[in-house]
Ligand binder design. Structure first.
Ligand code: AMP
Length: 630
């Protein structure tokens, strides 16, 4: 047995012994008395009896050895600023933020919603919440008021931390009006709103509710706020993610399990060492941002780069220039970003000294072979694909080079990571044995430390959505199709549900459909994900118009299409905007009225739509075919 195979075997067969060792990688105020309590499956409680704090592990514990070393490097090519915070500096800012949040009434267990651009204050806010035992809920800054409102409604934050604006490609994106609208749409109202004023846009301050971070910070320049020691199982955060229904789920994460999982992954998977620099190009609004911009690198004692801006501005060499300047050793990005960079001048890749970089990790969406080949050939560094989800918080499939150097295979994110007992299940709910068979990727419970504890305030939904019984045991569904080859490498073939992946951003087609349906002239709509060379997938909508008489000519079509896109922009945000909205007379459905999304998707991608014997009206699909071919 190879070293990694043995490592993985032990993580499953001697689960508690294995994770007790990993738990040594973090600080505990009081040591756990039980490694894993799985007495109430599928709920797993990790490191029961232990008390710890995420902020202590990410910041305070490094003060002893590296107070003066860089911890947070906030770079914005939008405002042309670079701010470097040492561990001591970060410690001071986080305490100031924690003191302000406390002044605003935040206590242990309260939720704080963070709706911010990629600025250092967002990191202060996350770490400050962790410090005082508050539960943060970061909402991606690209989401508009409708998506934000549903998250405010569900998480019921005591305080919302936000900013006047973000900026993208030189264009100011105002956050405050969207936030005000979201608060007015939500039946829950926060007690206070804390605003970072970047002076990018004027803000309409609501007296009594809105406060400026700059002014409140001044009052707490020297305030000491100790870490609140919390139970290992105390929720550290919720992060909303899309599924089959229109209502996003609040993925709830614990504290101790998450700290251990991240510390272990930094050692075994990312091979990042204290004193080095980690650069993840994601956004704090996504799970990668939580695990590998903020917590993972800091827990490992690394400096982390937070980047606001495009990968192509001022030119396509900007990320590589940061690798050179900050001697980045580990970099993490997404295939879409690499496809964008591939279109830039190849000379930009050789212009900078990239000798510090050991590996580039890519995740969030399938890594196609041409993209993998190009970046691997150009960078001449190992390119390592990771497969994971918001729900898991760290990789399910990957390559753990910290345990044993293992070759990657193009098109495969690798093998099951330690702690994950991965299997494939067929349509009949049976485990698939042997290689090269397609099934749903499942993980036998308990999920390892760091994975979701439950759906926020909805244990029932957690069990019903994700879990089923296989041979009497609970198994977790990833909702992804996969194939395993004879060497045990997995290949991911796409979602089994109505989730699509646009440029690494996970979106529920139902959410987009709900937004489109709110247009007064749309009676029905189907949104599908269609393969795209740059973004992996794009959303395409097929809508039935209530009053088709308005569609007199091409200009009228274009006008309505633009109107529908605007509705999506205003509700979800541009991230959910379909690439096209096509108007059809009727949608293809089965005789029992079920929408034939897979058939629509197949037709859009020029594939065979499969068995259509149950289809009500074949002309419906034909119209879509004609429109797509046109
Ligand atoms: P998210 O929760 O936003 O991270 O999205 C998770 C989903 O993205 C997974 O269920 C997969 O469908 C997809 N995904 C993530 N990483 C990969 C990968 N390396 N290869 C293929 N698909 C991926």
């Amino acid at each position: 047995m190879t070293a990694y195979a043995e490592f993985h075997r032990r993580s499953i067969q001697d689960r508690d012994g294995f994770w007790a060792e990993q738990a040594q990688l973090v600080d505990w105020k009081s040591a756990p008395t039980q490694v894993c309590d799985y007495s109430n499956p599928p709920f797993a409680k990790w490191f029961v009896g232990g008390t710890t704090n995420l902020c202590h592990n990410a910041v305070d514990r490094h003060l002893k050895d590296r107070a003066g070393q860089a911890a947070l490097i906030a770079v914005s090519t939008e405002t042309n600023t670079e701010r470097v915070y040492t561990f001591a500096g970060l410690h001071a800012e986080v305490q100031r933020m924690a003191a302000v949040l406390k002044d605003l009434g935040v206590q242990k267990g309260d939720r704080v919603l963070i709706y911010m651009p990629m600025i250092a204050e967002a990191a202060f806010a996350m770490l400050a919440c962790a410090r005082i035992g508050a539960i943060h809920s970061v909402v991606f800054g690209g989401f508009a008021s409708g998506s934000l409102a549903s998250r405010i409604e569900d998480s019921e934050p005591k305080v919302i931390v936000s900013a006047d604006a973000g900026s993208r490609g030189g264009k100011v994106v105002e956050y405050k009006p969207l936030l005000d609208e979201a608060i007015s749409l939500s039946s829950h109202k926060p007690g206070a709103v804390l605003l970072a004023d970047r002076k990018l846009a004027a803000m309409n301050i609501v007296a009594g509710r809105d406060h400026l971070w700059g002014a409140l910070r001044e009052k707490h320049l020297n305030t000491v706020v100790p870490c609140e020691w919390v139970e290992s199982t105390h929720p550290s955060y919720t992060l909303y993610t899309s599924g089959t229904t229109g209502k996003p789920k609040g993925v709830q994460r614990d504290t101790g399990g998450y700290a251990v999982a991240l510390a272990a992954s930094m050692k075994h998977i990312y091979c990042g060492n204290a004193g080095e620099t980690y650069f993840s190009t994601s956004d704090i609004g996504w799970v990668v941002g939580h695990s590998y911009i903020i917590y993972g690198p800091l827990i490992a004692g690394m400096a982390t780069i937070m980047y606001e801006g495009l990968p192509t501005r001022p030119d396509g060499g900007i990320w590589w220039s940061l690798v050179e300047k900050y001697k980045v050793t580990v970099m993490f990005s997404a295939p879409t970003a690499v496809r964008v960079l591939k279109k830039q001048d190849p000379a930009l890749l050789t212009k900078y000294d990239l000798s510090s970089l050991r590996a580039l990790f890519l995740a969030g969406e399938p890594l196609d072979e041409p993209t993998a080949q190009w970046i691997s050939g150009s960078l001449k560094k190992p390119i390592i694909d990771n497969y994971w989800q918001t729900e898991t918080g760290w990789p399910i499939l990957g390559i753990a080079n910290g345990v044993e150097q293992k070759a990657s295979k193009f098109g495969s994110p690798g093998v099951p990571m330690y702690g994950y007992n991965v299997m494939l299940m067929d349509d009949a709910g049976e485990e698939l044995v042997g290689g090269d068979k397609k099934g749903v990727v499942m993980v036998e419970g308990p999920l390892p430390p760091g994975c979701m504890q439950t759906v926020w305030r909805d244990d029932d939904r957690f069990v019903k959505t994700y879990w089923q019984k296989l041979n009497g045991k609970y198994v977790y569904s990833t909702f992804d199709w996969g194939v395993r080859d004879a060497d045990g490498y997995y290949f991911i073939l796409g979602r089994t549900d109505d989730v699509i992946n646009v440029a690494g951003h996970r979106l529920g087609t139902r959410e987009i459909e709900e937004a489109i349906s709110s247009h007064p002239n749309i009676s029905e709509v189907a949104v599908v994900g269609v393969a795209d060379n740059l973004k992996g997938q794009v959303a395409v909508a097929f809508a039935v118009v209530k009053d088709a008489s308005v569609l007199v000519d091409d200009a009228a079509h274009a006008k309505l299409e633009a109107e529908v896109m605007k509705v999506v922009d205003n509700t979800i945000g541009a991230v959910g905007r379909p690439a096209r909205v096509r108007f059809v007379a009727v949608l293809p459905k089965t005789r029992s009225g079920k929408l034939l999304r897979r058939a629509i998707q197949a037709v859009c991608e020029g594939r065979d739509p499969g068995d259509l014997t149950t289809m009500e009206d074949p002309a419906a699909l034909q119209q879509i075919k004609d429109l797509t071919a046109a």
